[in-house]
Design a protein around this ligand. Structure first.
Ligand SMILES: *Cc1c(COP(=O)(O)O)cnc(C)c1O
Length: 379
């Protein structure tokens, strides 16, 4: 089955008992056992048919051994980090999700894990960060908000040489655009609250594992910790995933149109978009991804007020989050990345006036008209 067919028919896509073409929402906490220990499902924390359907589906979409659904992306990330023990050292990409840094700095360090933060585009810096206690490399690509691209294959090759796990947060790309497990990663994580859910109506997280050994460990932790996705949410997520292909095509087409438009605007000083031939990582993005995604960040020329610009938009919604049908815009320094100290933000290249746009699937002419209107008002 090809990818767009898998989205609809992959995993468990229908109900064997009734023939319903959509998997029912099994609202049950426990299941009858015909004999002690003889039951397909025992208790819904350990396994639920609706959750299992979406877990099987994501495993297939990411070409992994098994999938696991969690109550949020953050729950998925937290559970994966419990693979490690006090004293273990993990290398982390310098541009990962703010909530991941919060978890690392305020929770995981307290439990004795140690971390080195590096720019994972710099392979020698990654090599140099490895020590005797290193157990894993954790990164995102494309990153947020500057859409930097890490060479997944190069990093997983280094990880294998040193017997480290490689873990990729694939939220910004989705499996439509890139499949890290095919490029050597051991574990893929998603905030399914973004492109996979796709409709701004769901908080969910997913983990996909490459080998049965890791699947067994994550399955154990999922049940032990219990931060599982509930049946209603599992159903909603599977429904969202069915249209991932259609949505990603529309998202990417619109992103390309908006990039072409922004390039012409004299008020725009710099555009961060992997499909920008002037983007530092353009060649790698072209090689590693199918399309360039639909996230664009840009800076206005000095003297233009970025906050006034985003507040002047009428259709494009001023909000955090991304990967939704509706276009969402924000100022990372004031919103998603506001918790990072300014000096560190600036060091990472996130300027105060940087604007991040998650391009939705509206008619592109309406989006361009909205941008034009907002530009006209700041002149
Ligand atoms: C949103 C996000 C998360 C956190 O996911 P939640 O579902 O909000 O808990 C993790 N990683 C990335 C890249 C994200 O964008």
């Amino acid at each position: 089955m090809k990818f767009n067919t898998q989205l609809i028919h992959g995993g468990i896509s229908s109900d064997v008992t009734t023939g319903a073409v959509s998997v029912p929402i099994y609202m049950a906490s426990t299941f009858k056992q015909t004999k002690i220990g003889q039951a397909k499902y025992e208790y819904s924390r350990s396994g639920n048919p609706t959750r299992e359907a979406v877990e099987k589906l994501i495993a297939q979409l990411e070409n992994g051994d098994a999938g696991f659904a969690f109550a949020s992306g953050s729950a998925a990330i937290s559970t994966v980090f419990t693979l490690f023990s006090s004293g273990d050292h993990i290398i982390v990409g310098n541009d990962v999700y703010g909530g991941t840094f919060r978890l690392i700095d305020n929770v995981l360090k307290r439990m004795g894990l140690t971390f080195t933060v590096v720019d994972t585009r710099d392979l020698s810096a990654v090599q140099a960060a490895i020590n005797d206690h290193t157990v894993a490399i954790y990164f995102e690509t494309p990153t947020n908000p500057l859409l930097r691209i890490t060479d997944i294959n190069a990093i997983t090759t280094i990880a294998k040489q040193h017997h480290l796990l490689s873990i990729v947060d694939n939220t910004f790309a989705s499996p439509y655009i890139q499949k890290p497990l095919n490029l050597g990663a051991d574990i893929v994580i998603h905030s399914a609250s973004k492109y996979l859910g796709g409709h701004s109506d769901l908080i969910a997280g997913l983990v996909v594992t490459k080998t049965a050994t890791i699947s067994q460990k994550i399955g154990y932790l999922q049940n032990a910790i219990g931060a599982i996705l509930a049946p209603q949410e599992s159903w909603l997520l599977q429904r969202g995933i069915k249209t991932l292909g259609l949505r990603m095509q529309a998202h990417q087409n619109n992103a390309q149109s908006i990039f072409n438009y922004l390039k012409q605007r004299p008020e725009v000083a710099h555009i961060y978009y992997p499909g920008n031939p002037e983007h530092a990582d353009y060649a790698l993005a072209k090689q590693q991804m199918v399309g360039f995604g639909a996230m664009i960040a840009f800076e206005l020329q000095p003297g233009y007020d970025a906050e006034a610009f985003v507040e002047n938009l009428q259709l494009i919604t001023l909000a955090e989050s991304l990967g939704a049908l509706e276009s969402l815009i924000e100022i990372p320094a004031k919103m998603t990345h506001g918790a990072i100290p300014r000096a560190i933000r600036l060091e990472n290249g996130i300027r105060d006036e940087l604007i991040r746009l998650s391009v939705g699937v509206e008619d592109s002419s309406d989006l361009l008209a909205d941008l034009t209107h907002a530009f006209d008002q700041i002149i």
